[in-house]
Design a protein around this ligand. Structure first.
Ligand SMILES: [Zn+2]
Length: 171
């Protein structure tokens, strides 16, 4: 099967039901019958590198995709939301803490697969120090919080091919 077939979000035109649709460039679906066009755009996502006592906070995922894997806390940016608002919201939802100050580190292209649909994402990474280890975290999303030395955090994240499994919640 061709890659563009695998990542096609739907098989039929949502407007007219025709199966004669194209998905050549992996971001735009066009219907040859009614000329309906759908842009499967890159999704913005955020992740936090949280430092506590010279260690980095990783989460063990409580559910799929990537159940049992280590990851950074984070998630997708919602409509009408800035990346800064998104990372604060995700950390509040997942770890029940408020981030005081944030530093933007950079971004990285990534792939997120959910229910056989592949989303290309642009992950924006933020850094923040925290004063205490969160204990009241969302147990439906997070099995456990793990504090690791930054070198080990780097290795764990490389194992995930920089975070392929993340972004649990909303999708
Ligand atoms: Zn159509």
């Amino acid at each position: 099967m061709h890659l563009s077939e695998k990542i096609k979000p739907f098989k039929y035109c949502p407007a007219c039901g025709s199966g004669d649709i194209s998905f050549g460039d992996m971001k735009k679906i066009g219907c040859r019958d009614c000329s309906f066009t759908y842009y499967h755009n890159v999704a913005a996502a955020v992740a936090a590198i949280l430092e506590y006592d010279k260690k980095i906070v990783l989460i063990e995922r409580a559910k799929d995709p990537g159940k049992g894997k280590l990851d950074l806390p984070g998630g997708f940016v919602d409509p009408k939301e800035s990346a800064e608002e998104a990372i604060k919201r995700e950390i509040k939802e997942e770890l029940k803490i408020n981030l005081r100050e944030l530093r933007y580190l950079g971004s990285y292209p990534n792939i997120y697969k959910y229910k056989d649909v592949i989303y290309h994402t642009c992950d924006l990474f933020f850094y923040s120090k925290i004063d205490a280890i969160p204990t009241d975290f969302d147990k439906t999303e997070i099995e456990e919080l793990i504090l690791v030395h930054p070198v080990n955090a780097y290795i764990e994240l490389c194992k995930l091919k920089i975070l392929s499994f993340r972004y649990s919640s909303s999708r």
